[in-house]
Design a protein around this ligand. Structure first.
Ligand SMILES: [Zn+2]
Length: 153
């Protein structure tokens, strides 16, 4: 019985830590407009947690090798190697570059989702889900307007 209680306590402790960790990260980032040429639509997504209409991004069918950067601060976020077609209508990636983002639990629309922000400028980029097709199981659902693609060649 004691063993079982200890086990339950450990499990709850872990869940609690997992739930709280994203918050502490998010609080450390202050949003800042760096790129003065952002459009109103980009600002709405990056700084007001807006979402672009699905299937509107020109990056959806981008297949070239290269890197995706933050449209606000230029931070390098994704490699083209992690990009895949999720069919959702938003550019999707199976993993982000190390340290690219900080996450926060988002309870809007009656759902619990993990929202992610650029680690450098704090701008909102999208939500990450655990139903990705690769080994990472991650699916970073990113607004195309928040990204700038720089081809390798
Ligand atoms: Zn940024």
């Amino acid at each position: 019985m004691i063993m079982r209680r200890k086990f339950i306590k450990t499990i709850f402790g872990s869940i609690f830590t997992i739930l709280l960790t994203p918050y502490s990260f998010a609080l450390a980032v202050t949003k800042k407009i760096i790129n003065k040429n952002l459009t109103e639509e980009q600002k709405e997504i990056l700084f007001n947690e807006g979402t672009e209409k699905p299937f509107t991004s020109s990056l959806l069918h981008e297949k070239r090798k290269g890197f995706y950067h933050c449209a606000n601060c230029g931070n390098k976020l994704f490699s083209s190697d992690a990009k895949f077609d999720s069919g959702t209508g938003w550019p999707s990636f199976s993993e982000a570059l190390p340290g690219a983002f900080k996450t926060k639990v988002d309870f809007s629309f009656g759902m619990m989702r993990t929202e992610y922000h650029c680690a450098k400028c704090g701008a909102h980029h999208g939500h990450v889900f655990n139903d990705g097709p690769t080994k990472s199981k991650k699916r970073f659902c990113n607004n195309g307007l928040c990204l700038i693609f720089k081809p390798s060649t």
